[in-house]
Design a binder for this molecule. Structure first.
Ligand code: GDP
Length: 362
């Protein structure tokens, strides 16, 4: 699961990305972490892992992770191939969600490519490039769908209708993600791989002084985001970079001084996780406490398959204790005694926080 970081030049993308890479450095110990220059892997902060670890004293704690991809180079005119335009657009096509960094800090020493600070103009500049790139895709698809629907094929007639609706939206310079679709339509729209259908988090990069109180730029950005049902997260990239450099105890101290309860990065990671529709279930034993990532709605066998494909193939049942039940009981054995452990079959939809032991045939 990857989240792409986009934004105009000089808005703080690299600063934020560096903070992400540093925060994720410890993660390089995990075998599944790939190291690429423009990809940063971070652990998804989840206090439940620590609580579970306190209960079972595992040798290892393995958190869920999210990858951030630094997609620099988007500028006005990118969809026309300006700058390295199209190359960057194709990188965005590969990510599941977008973190759009918006400059909401004033600093006369740092040049703004457009001359002054104006978050809405900046957001619209980037969004327009994505809209234009989508329009190109849609026009090609429309031509094909129209041709195919001449034979009276219902599927293509339906597709033509959806594509035309999307085209109208894009021509009005609006993103596809703010359109309403039925569940069936969603399946089709998803496979069009449109850039403006991907969920977005707007990351308002403010100065240190504006972290606690919304400045006028953030207020305007929030109004804008609300119209398309997107979220805004307020951070100070510079502070995030400084935080990432500190040892844990000093980090706490620094956060307290700033009046913050946690790094902005944590909020960004969690929000990213949520808008991707991801949840965690846990396995907890003496070897490790492990958070496993699944999409909301995943059934038990497929969830088991995240651990090993044999678990899915040979799935018999899942022994499930809800996280809160386990914590209140104090141990898996106590939870069992109290009848808080459930035996679930192959149709069980795994819930966020389930602590599971899978039984399977080999
Ligand atoms: P990018 O081009 O979007 O990757 O932007 P950079 O991360 O390179 O940042 C551009 C400049 O803005 C650098 O000199 C950063 O130090 C500075 N910068 C980034 N975030 C902040 C911030 O929150 N406050 C201030 N004052 N400067 C920042």
């Amino acid at each position: 699961m990857q989240i792409g970081i986009v934004g105009l030049p000089n808005v703080g993308k690299s600063t934020l990305f560096n903070a992400i890479t540093k925060a994720g450095a410890e993660c390089a110990n995990y075998p599944f972490c790939t190291i690429e220059p423009n990809v940063g892997t971070v652990a998804v902060p989840d206090h439940r892992l620590n609580e579970l670890a306190a209960m079972v004293n595992p040798a290892k704690i393995i958190p869920a992770t999210v990858e951030f991809v630094d997609i620099a180079g988007l500028v006005r005119g990118a969809s026309k191939g300006e700058g390295l335009g199209n190359k960057f657009l194709s990188h965005i096509r590969e990510v599941e969600a977008i973190a759009h960094v918006v400059r909401c800090f004033e600093d006369p020493d740092i040049v703004h490519v457009e001359g002054n600070i104006d978050p809405i103009r900046d957001v619209e500049t980037i969004n327009l490039e994505l809209i234009l790139a989508d329009l190109e895709v849609i026009e090609r698809r429309l031509e094909k769908a129209k041709k195919m629907s001449k034979s009276g094929d219902k599927q293509y007639i339906l597709e033509t209708e959806i594509i035309e609706r999307i085209k109208n939206q894009l021509e009005a310079e609006k993103p596809v993600r703010s359109m309403e679709f039925s569940d069936d339509e969603k399946v089709f729209v998803r496979q069009l791989q449109l850039l403006t259908y991907k969920p977005v988090i707007y990351v308002a990069n403010v100065s240190e002084d504006d972290l606690l109180e919304e400045n006028q730029y953030v207020k305007r950005l929030k109004e804008y985001a609300q119209k398309e049902n997107s979220e805004v997260i307020v951070i100070c990239a510079k502070i995030e970079a400084e935080l990432a450099d500190l040892p844990d105890d000093e980090k706490e101290e620094f956060l307290k001084e700033l009046g913050l309860s946690e790094p902005g990065l944590n909020k960004l990671i969690r929000t990213g996780y949520r808008i991707l529709g991801l949840i965690n279930y846990f396995t907890a034993g003496p070897k490790e406490v492990h958070a496993w990532t699944i999409k909301k709605g995943t059934k038990a066998p497929e969830a088991a398959g995240k651990i090993h494909s044999d678990f899915e193939k040979g799935f018999i049942r899942a022994e499930v204790i809800g996280y809160n039940d386990l914590i209140s009981a104090g141990s898996p054995a106590a939870a069992k005694e109290k009848g808080l452990m459930r035996l679930e079959g192959k149709d069980y939809v795994v819930q966020d926080g389930d602590v599971i032991v899978f039984r399977f045939n080999v």
